[in-house]
Write a protein that binds this ligand. Sequence first.
Ligand code: AMP
Length: 235
Amino acid sequence: MPFAQLGLSEPVLTGVRAAGYVQPTPIQLRAIPLVMEGRDLIGSAQTGTGKTAAFALPILSRLGTPAPGPRCLVLEPTRELAAQVETAFRDYARFTKLQVAVAYGGVGYGLQNEALRKGVDILVATPGRLLDHLGRGTLRLDRVQYLVLDEADRMLDMGFLPDVKRIIEKCARKRHTSLFSATIPPEIETLIRWAMHAPEVVEIGVRRPRRKRWHAIYPCRPGRRPTCCWPFRSS
Ligand code: AMP
């Protein structure tokens, strides 16, 4: 099925063609119609499957034209991912009038404040810097209609889940939420139950088992440290 049959808006389809995409990937085929219908979505797919376009294209189509916002918030665990996803949104949105901005830590506030002051439709952010903006009063989230929690299992591993929950509490209650995660550990399941409404699950490829780490302590005298690490293992 070509992109044109997925119900995307004309400016977004033009962006897709300009990006050189001919056929939707499997996750795009399954996820785009669900987000277009306004369903909450759990995507179990890894980077490289085309998952960014799977959520960006329908959200851009549904946002339509600029309005006070941000109306879409995408949370990413790292600044690199945030920058990458912002670039993808900008590419897909370039034939729309929608404004995209990014906010992550480790850089000054100047450009981010300016973008937020001018008004953004889509904000891609890391949790820490987003909370800083909320604390400084440079951002409000009560207009967020589309919330995307990307790489949720990595956010959990990096200890961001409490921040993510605080952010979700600031978002509008009436919203569409998409969550992407290569694994669904119990903490993410709890988050799903709390933050999502009757989500549809789209699973692409084999769900990667959660990595188990084994730790053991073997006391030994100085100078008798074993050269072989087995059974210390990380699998
Ligand atoms: P992602 O999984 O979102 O990081 O995407 C991985 C790569 O696939 C990126 O370089 C995208 O530009 C590219 N991509 C996404 N969707 C398509 C598509 N339908 N056709 C060709 N390339 C795509």
